[in-house]
Design a protein around this ligand. Structure first.
Ligand code: SF4
Length: 294
C-alpha cells in the first residue's frame, strides 16, 4: 500500500522500503510509560500514559528526542502487543493514552485502539503531534482521538525549511488543526482540571524567533479565536552542535515578550512554562527494549 499519511506524500510501499519518516509498516516504539512532564491537564496526578513512537516526518534540528527521528531505535509492536500495553497503562493508573509522534503509525494505532477498546480501554486518547499531517489523516482518526495536542511551530516558511525541513509547514498545520477543531472543538476540562476532549495547541518559543511566535499566535487568534487553549513552551534546549540562533537558551525577556503577545491578543487559556523546564532532564530515556514503565 502506498503511504500518503502525511504531506510528504512519499507514495512508497512501507512493507518494502521506508519513507522519509524512516518507518516500515510495523510500529516501532521506543518507550511506553507514565509521563509527568506534560501540561497539568494532560499529566493529571497519575501521569500520562505515553507511547513514544520511533520515526518522524520532520527533521527538527533542535529536537530533544532526536534519537527517534530515523525510526531505528526501539522495538517492533504488533497492534495486539500495543493493545496489551495500552491496557497495562490503564491498569497502572495512567490518566490517558498519549500517542507521541504517531502519524506514520496511524493504521496500526487504529487497529490497536479497536482491540484495546473492545477489551476495556476507557481512557481518553491524546494525539500528540508535530502538526505536520494531512486533513485526511485527521479525518481518519476522528473516531479514535479525544484530545488533539498539536504543535504549531512556524509561521515563516524560511524557519520551517531551515529548522525542520518541512515544506508548506504553516498551511499544513493550519489546515490540520482547523480540522481537529471541527472534530473535537475547544478543549474541555473536567471538574478536577483534567482534559476530557478538544484541542490544546503547543508552541515552542525559539531563541531569536519571537517575531515568528507573534505571527503564529496572531494566526491562531484570527483563524481559531482567542478561546483556544495554548501551551507556550519554554523548554527549548540548545543541542551541543546547535548553530545560531539555536545555540543558546531562550532569554527571560524573549519568553516574557511571547507571553505578552498572547495576553495582548486576548488569549486567556494559556499554559506558561517555568524557565527551569529548559533542560535535558525532561527528555525521557529511550532504549531498544521496551516494557511498560510505571
Ligand atoms: S508517513 Fe512517512 S512514508 Fe508516509 S507520507 Fe509521511 S513521511 Fe512518507
Amino acid at each position: 500500500m502506498s503511504c500518503e499519511l502525511c504531506p510528504r506524500h512519499c507514495a512508497v510501499d512501507r512493507s518494502v522500503s521506508p519513507g522519509f519518516c524512516g518507518c516500515s509498516d510495523t510500529m516501532r516504539i521506543a518507550r511506553i510509560g507514565l509521563h509527568r512532564y506534560e501540561e497539568p491537564c494532560i499529566s493529571g496526578i497519575g501521569g500520562s500514559g505515553a507511547v513514544f513512537f520511533s520515526g518522524c516526518n520532520l527533521r527538527c534540528v533542535f529536537c530533544q528526542n532526536k534519537v527517534l527521528q530515523t525510526g531505528k531505535l526501539g522495538q517492533d509492536f504488533s497492534p495486539e502487543a500495543l493493545a496489551d500495553a495500552l491496557l497495562e497503562l490503564q491498569r497502572i493508573g495512567a490518566e490517558n493514552i498519549n500517542l507521541v509522534t504517531p502519524t506514520p503509525h496511524t493504521n496500526g494505532i487504529c487497529r490497536a485502539l479497536d482491540l484495546a477498546k473492545s477489551n476495556g480501554l476507557s481512557l481518553p486518547i491524546v494525539y500528540n503531534t508535530n502538526g505536520y499531517l494531512s486533513v485526511d489523516t485527521v479525518d481518519k482518526l476522528s473516531n479514535y482521538v479525544d484530545i488533539w495536542l498539536p504543535d504549531f511551530k512556524y509561521h515563516d516558511q524560511r524557519l520551517a525549511d531551515r529548522f525542520s525541513s518541512a515544506p508548506r509547514y504553516f498551511e499544513t498545520a493550519l489546515a490540520a488543526i482547523g480540522r481537529m477543531l471541527e472534530h473535537g472543538g475547544q478543549l474541555v476540562l473536567d471538574e478536577t482540571g483534567r482534559a476530557k476532549k478538544g484541542v490544546l495547541i503547543r508552541h515552542l518559543v525559539l531563541p531569536g524567533c519571537v517575531f515568528d511566535t507573534r505571527d503564529v499566535l496572531s494566526a491562531i487568534a484570527d483563524h481559531f479565536g482567542t478561546d483556544t487553549y495554548l501551551s507556550l513552551m519554554h523548554q527549548f534546549t540548545p543541542q551541543p552542535d546547535g548553530k545560531a540562533p539555536l545555540n543558546r537558551r531562550l532569554t527571560k525577556r524573549e519568553y516574557d515578550s511571547a507571553v505578552e503577545a498572547c495576553l495582548s491578543l486576548g488569549f486567556t487559556r494559556v499554559y506558561i512554562q517555568e524557565e527551569q523546564s529548559a533542560t535535558f532532564a525532561y527528555t525521557p530515556d529511550f532504549s531498544d527494549e521496551v516494557n511498560v514503565q510505571a
